[in-house]
Design a binder for this molecule. Structure first.
Ligand code: CA
Length: 104
């Protein structure tokens, strides 16, 4: 059951997974990694990634914390807006983590 509580918990896990420098925001580099992982079947060009990031940072400007980038609240909003499927993205992130664990 996709309750709001389990949703935000999943978004939190996704956020923390990609906030690699742990500063509480997703900068362009971190967001780019997220976009790539949750779209495993898509081969993005740098231009496409840049266009997506421009769009996100423009649309969610009020959730951008300076150099840190998109905050957790901002990421939650992108899902509330239907920009991505939390469950699907969460599974993609988790399965990637599992694959990395197996390969080491
Ligand atoms: Ca960060």
């Amino acid at each position: 059951m996709a309750t709001r509580g389990s949703r935000s918990k999943k978004v939190k896990r996704i956020f923390q997974q990609f906030d690699t420098n742990r500063d509480g925001g997703l900068n362009r580099e971190e967001m780019a990694a997220l976009v790539v992982v949750v779209n495993p079947r898509v081969k993005f060009s740098d231009e496409q990634i840049n266009a997506i990031l421009d769009e996100v940072f423009l649309t969610y400007g009020e959730f951008i914390d300076g150099e840190k980038g998109l905050t957790y609240d901002g990421l939650l909003w992108t899902y509330d807006d239907g920009a991505g499927d939390v469950d699907r993205d969460f599974d993609a992130v988790e399965s990637k983590k599992g694959a990395e664990k197996r390969s080491t």
